[in-house]
Design a protein around this ligand. Structure first.
Ligand SMILES: Cc1cc2nc3c(=O)[nH]c(=O)nc-3n(C[C@H](O)[C@H](O)[C@H](O)COP(=O)(O)O)c2cc1C
Length: 378
């Protein structure tokens, strides 16, 4: 089966890809909630029932995949990214070291070949290089193979058509889809202690995307806390960022990003995307901190300790908080766990998945199942 994942509309597609199965935007896709139900409740399938729950099975079992996406800050548009975020069930929860970094073990015994086409206005070689770095990371993560990366000219999009009423204020925005129960929120709470004062706003508490964009656009400084999803920005955050392109004004943007794997360097693409977004919107990129092993450092007992595994993170928070207070920009900071070996984190993580499965009445072998698609889907 040949699969096309695209943000093009049916009208734009016409009959051009009639030999492909197509995953496109029907307006009903929901973002990943970060629940990991696809690993420990219904292994291999997303638990959100909106018609896209088998996207992972399709992507990971296709003979060939074509991805056509608007070039968005060096990566996919929010819709295409949403599909990729929903495809993590296609790999196993278990960690291993692959190409020198922590990654998930493969679920399916094949490297899916994927061709990427990025559409945008006046895209440059530098844009292509940024996209190449990003899809390379995605393909390592998903155990896929890059067949090619092409750029296609497309009409530019409108920007800066609303003028927000801005105040001299800082919004500390927890962008994690897990909302109040997220590591991002715990990190933000710790970060605010370094800043002196501030309140957390949860993106997940906004039902209406326009209201969320109004709120974020009104601030002169924006601190975005978010998890790394499939080597980039989670689709719910991309949706907000795309929306914010419609607003003028200028603001300084800071980022606190955390991740499941150990090596904080894997967050480089995400921070690069926030920087590209700032360039597109005419905002100032203030710098960010990348936190490795976020699922461990985000634990309530660890996050607040300035000594021990979270020491590097707190040192980074102090530097970034100073920049936020002064409204200045700093270089990105990469914080791996201090004095906590990667091997131990990997073992604890893998044990955690088996424990999680048991709590759902599943054994280790259930986690390894490889769902297949029978008959016509979507
Ligand atoms: C859809 C999805 C994709 C993810 N992709 C990655 C990834 O590419 N690399 C990584 O290290 N962690 C990845 N993670 C793990 C999260 O970054 C990690 O669980 C993080 O601590 C969640 O933070 P939060 O509680 O603030 O949402 C992913 C998680 C989900 C749900």
């Amino acid at each position: 089966m040949k699969l096309l994942i695209t943000d093009l509309t049916e009208e734009e597609l016409g009959d051009s890809y009639s030999d492909h199965e197509i995953i496109s935007d029907n307006g009903r896709i929901k973002p990943c909630m970060g629940c990991f139900g696809c690993w420990i409740k219904k292994p291999g399938e997303c638990v959100i029932k909106d018609g896209y729950e088998l996207a992972a099975v399709k992507l990971h079992t296709a003979d060939e995949v074509l991805v056509i996406s608007r070039y968005t800050y060096g990566g996919f548009s929010s819709f295409v990214k949403n599909v990729f975020d929903r495809c993590i069930p296609g790999v196993l929860p278990f960690f291993e070291i692959y190409e020198g970094e922590m990654h998930h073990r493969r679920r399916y015994d094949k490297d899916v070949p994927i061709r990427f086409i990025f559409r945008g206005h006046d895209l440059t070689d530098a844009d292509k290089e940024q996209a190449r770095r990003y899809v390379r990371a995605v393909c390592i993560n998903f155990r896929a193979r890059i067949l090619g990366i092409d750029l296609e000219e497309a009409e530019d999009i409108k920007r800066g058509i609303f003028t927000p009423e801005q105040t001299d204020s800082t919004v500390f925005l927890n962008c994690s889809p897990r909302g109040k129960h997220s590591n991002s929120r715990r990190f933000l709470a710790e970060f605010i202690k370094h800043c002196g004062s501030g309140d957390i706003t949860d993106l997940a508490s906004y039902r209406n995307a326009d209201d969320a964009a109004d709120m974020a656009a009104a601030a002169s400084k924006l601190v975005l806390a978010m998890p790394l999803y499939v080597d980039g920005i989670p689709s719910n955050v991309l949706r907000l960022m795309e929306r914010l392109e419609l607003y003028g004004g200028s603001r300084t943007v800071y980022t606190i990003a955390n991740m499941g794997f150990y090596e904080s360097r894997q967050i480089e693409n995400l921070l690069g995307m926030v920087r590209s977004w700032c360039d597109v919107c005419g905002c100032t990129y203030g710098g960010g901190i990348a936190i490795g092993a976020g699922e461990m450092l985000g634990m309530e007992k660890l996050a607040s300790l300035e000594k021990g595994p979270a020491a590097n993170m707190h040192k980074g928070f102090a530097l970034l908080a100073e920049a936020v207070q002064n409204g200045t920009a700093i270089d990105d900071i990469y914080a791996d766990p201090s004095g906590f070996p990667r091997r131990l984190y990997l073992m604890a993580g893998n044990h955690g998945w088996i424990k999680g499965a048991k709590e759902n009445g599943l054994g280790k072998s259930d986690l390894l199942r490889c769902p297949e698609i029978k008959g016509e889907i979507i």
